[in-house]
Design a protein around this ligand. Structure first.
Ligand code: NAD
Ligand code: MG
Length: 392
């Protein structure tokens, strides 16, 4: 029996995770749940899953959550704020953590879970981009396993040998990350001038939170995933390639020295990756429809349009620059995407803001959590200036 903490339980990944968990009450129970502000949804999940601990990140809502659970027949302790989130990730309420908070807000709880030696099921890719080396050190110190939830990295994990001491030892030539191309695949720059948040969030294959949906539309999601693959699999940038695959059936591939290319296929449904990581090394049902290759009939592949979707190369550039550059990339992207979703910034200005923020933030080495947080805040301030001047 595994006891699971779902951090970001009210989100898209949280819902998929809890769906898989609910299918296997003999294997998994929920030890802790967290949400940012959605008291109603978190209270409903507490009634259904009866966790030991429920954390509402926004401390001003703690009493509202407590009120909603007063008459519930569950012995859930209610807590709030950053320290409670860390307790949920690293305390005695779980042996497995699903890190599914979106953005930099998930960094400290992800690191805490790793340091505590929990089995870390990682969706929060921004934490890896910001603090890959710190996460690796925390995993080594804690001794727990990391299982990637991001569908591409979960696919790569499945296509690599179970035990290996690096890609060279495993005979790996390169990692091929697939990308759907997002809702604007094939569009020209001129056609992207007036796209709205609703258009950007209407992903053809996946239903996801708004931030990652915009990232998919700009191809920054794939850029973040290149950096994520670098840190998770120890692959240098030149051995991570991106291929656009509009059907989202091949979730990624590993090419070996002998010419073999191993791929993981499946319907675009995050429950497959979640079930894989929850049960690993075993396999359990995920509720996902069987893959019907005859209905799909064809799988297409094409090169990404790197000129129109400039975020992909900005991410490769930040990975090559190293130091604080991935932190600056992530922070300016989060600020630019929030401004776009708020109708304060046009779609095409997102890569512009990121590029200008990278240019205008002094480069620095970063070797501590305080350093990561400091670089993140500095970059956000610069990005805010760039957003303000992009509007003029
Ligand atoms: P979402 O917006 O649907 O959910 C985000 C969750 O994080 C919510 O529960 C929310 O309450 C919580 N949260 C948001 N801000 C917070 C804050 N400041 N403090 C504490 N909690 C906060 O997002 P999602 O689509 O589920 O994505 C979650 C993470 O998983 C992201 O890092 C995303 O890149 C990654 N991911 C998502 C998918 C997908 O299919 N949705 C696929 C791969 C990776
Ligand atoms: Mg992905």
């Amino acid at each position: 029996m595994k006891t699971v903490a779902v951090l970001g339980a009210t989100g898209s990944i949280g819902a998929s995770a809890l769906d898989v968990i609910a299918r296997h009450p003999d294997r998994f129970r929920v030890g802790a749940l967290s949400a940012h502000r959605n008291v109603e949804a978190l209270a409903a999940l507490c009634r259904r899953f009866a966790p030991d601990l429920a954390v509402i990140a926004d401390a001003s809502l703690e009493s509202a959550l407590r009120d909603r659970l007063r008459d519930a027949r569950v012995a859930t302790r209610v807590a709030s704020g950053a320290a409670a989130l860390i307790e949920a990730a690293s305390g005695p309420h779980c042996d497995t953590v699903i890190a599914a908070i979106v953005g930099a807000a998930g960094l400290e709880s992800t690191l805490a879970a790793a340091r505590a030696g929990k089995r870390l099921l990682l969706a929060n890719k921004e934490a890896v981009v910001m603090a890959g080396p710190l996460l690796r050190a925390a995993l080594d110190a804690g001794g727990g396993a990391l299982l990637p939830i991001d569908s591409e990295h979960n696919a790569v994990f499945q296509c690599l040998p179970a035990e290996h001491s690096g890609l060279d030892a495993a005979g790996v030539r390169r990692i091929l990350l697939t990308a759907s191309g997002g809702p604007f695949r094939g569009r020209t720059r001129a056609e992207l001038g007036a796209v709205t948040p609703a258009m950007a969030c209407a992903h053809p294959n996946w239903r996801m939170g708004r931030k990652i949906s915009v990232d998919s539309a700009t191809l920054m999601n794939k850029g973040l995933e290149v950096i994520e693959a670098h840190f998770l699999f120890g692959a240098p940038a030149e051995r991570i390639d991106v291929v656009v695959h509009p059907q989202s059936i091949v979730h990624s591939m590993v090419e070996y020295e002998d010419g073999s290319v191993l791929a993981q296929l499946g319907n675009p449904d995050m429950r497959t990756a979640l079930a894989h990581a929850l049960a690993w090394p075993e396999r359990v049902a995920a509720g996902v429809a069987p893959l019907d290759l005859l209905r799909i009939a064809r799988l297409d592949f094409e090169a990404p349009d790197r000129a129109t979707f400039a975020c992909l190369d900005l991410a490769y550039g930040a990975l090559a620059a190293a130091g604080n550059a991935p932190i600056v990339l992530n922070a300016s992207n989060e600020e630019a995407v929030a401004a776009f979703l708020d109708a304060r910034l046009p779609f095409l200005a997102i890569p512009h803001v990121i590029e200008k923020t990278l240019e205008n933030t002094p480069s620095a080495g970063v070797d501590s959590l305080a350093g990561v947080i400091d670089s993140d805040l500095t970059a956000r301030r610069v990005a805010q200036r760039m957003i303000a001047s992009a509007k003029d």
